[in-house]
Design a protein around this ligand. Structure first.
Ligand code: RIB
Ligand code: CA
Length: 318
């Protein structure tokens, strides 16, 4: 039974959509007990401007164009630029497949995403769950603009980092943390609300075989057709290289939607290396409590894959 607005949980999703971001957002839109109060965009898989266009395309396919989109930071804190070899999601973040009928950009909110993060958490103190699916630039800026921002959040779910030092863009860097390590450092060390973190190594454990992907794309809906269109290049590349169906943001979203999907986690102190010649952007976990710092993240190391698959299917069933 659909929950009413008073009882529905309130989410803000900060995203660099991205094809996996798109699927994670669809998972959230299918959750009847969640209200997506806002989508905020950040540079990552594409420019923040392009990500707003990608979100309009996604919301149109999901018939949810009423959800407000706020454009965020166009530069990482130190101005990092994504090299072409990191274009797994295409230059435009959505598989470089032109949108034949783009919704009007007039729908994009005039307010900057960082200001929206600050204002919405003032409007709903203690009620907002923030799901971060891209580089943490916007969120770090919100912390620096308003040092009470994080304490007004109910909780935060982040896809990023690595707890065994395994990278996906450099030997030691996962994209979201590597592309803006200063932002990740600020968020992990200063946000001030419960953080649940799903890292790259967890994603590697949660990849599904292609037959599951085929199930997910077997529904006769505009959103399913859109995902198939956006994924054309990725599917071809992964199958050519005998890679499984890779996901990332979906795991963070699953944890945000239902805590029961988490089967093993550790409360640890984690931070981000900023200066290493080979390790800039790597997440560092103080497993042996050498630094005697209070744990700042709930690090998810295992998920219920049967439940995760059901949540993915639910995104496309209606
Ligand atoms: O490392 C995976 C992350 O980088 C995901 O958020 C994906 O969308 C990309 O942004
Ligand atoms: Ca992302």
């Amino acid at each position: 039974m659909a929950a009413d607005d008073l009882t529905r949980r309130k989410f803000i999703i900060d995203t660099d959509a991205g094809i996996d971001d798109a699927q994670a957002i669809l998972m959230c839109l299918a959750a009847s007990d969640v209200e997506v109060v806002a989508l905020t965009t950040v540079k990552g898989n594409a420019t923040a401007a392009q990500v707003t266009s990608n979100l309009l395309r996604l919301l149109k396919a999901a018939d949810r164009l009423e959800i407000p989109i706020y454009r965020g930071c166009e530069d990482m804190l130190l101005g990092w630029e994504k090299p072409d070899e990191y274009n797994y999601h295409g230059k435009d973040g959505f598989g470089d497949v032109p949108d034949p009928d783009p919704p009007s950009r007039d729908r994009i909110q005039a307010k900057h995403a960082v200001q929206a993060l600050i204002d919405i958490t003032k409007q709903y103190p203690g009620e907002i769950s923030l799901v971060a699916l891209g580089p943490l630039t916007n969120i770090s800026m919100a912390i620096r603009m308003d040092n009470q921002f994080g304490s007004r959040l109910k909780d935060c779910f982040i896809m990023g980092g690595n707890y065994k030092g395994e990278g996906n863009v450099t030997p030691s860097g996962e994209f979201n943390f590597y592309s803006d390590p200063e932002a990740a450092y600020i968020v992990l060390n200063s946000l001030g609300c419960p953080i649940t973190l799903t890292c790259w190594e967890l994603c590697l454990d949660c990849f599904f075989p292609w037959k599951v992907h085929e199930e997910l794309r077997s529904f006769p809906s505009a959103k399913c057709e859109l995902m198939k269109t956006l994924e054309l290049a990725i599917v071809a590349e992964c199958k050519k290289e005998y890679r499984e169906y890779e996901m990332a943001d979906e795991m963070a979203m699953a944890c945000a939607l239902d805590n029961d999907v988490i089967t093993k986690s550790h409360d640890v102190y984690a931070t981000v290396e900023l200066h290493g010649h080979m390790t800039r952007g790597q997440m560092v976990v103080d497993w042996r409590k050498v630094l005697a710092r209070k744990p700042n993240v709930r690090l998810v190391v295992e998920m219920d894959k049967v439940m995760l698959k059901k949540m993915l299917l639910k995104a496309f069933e209606d």
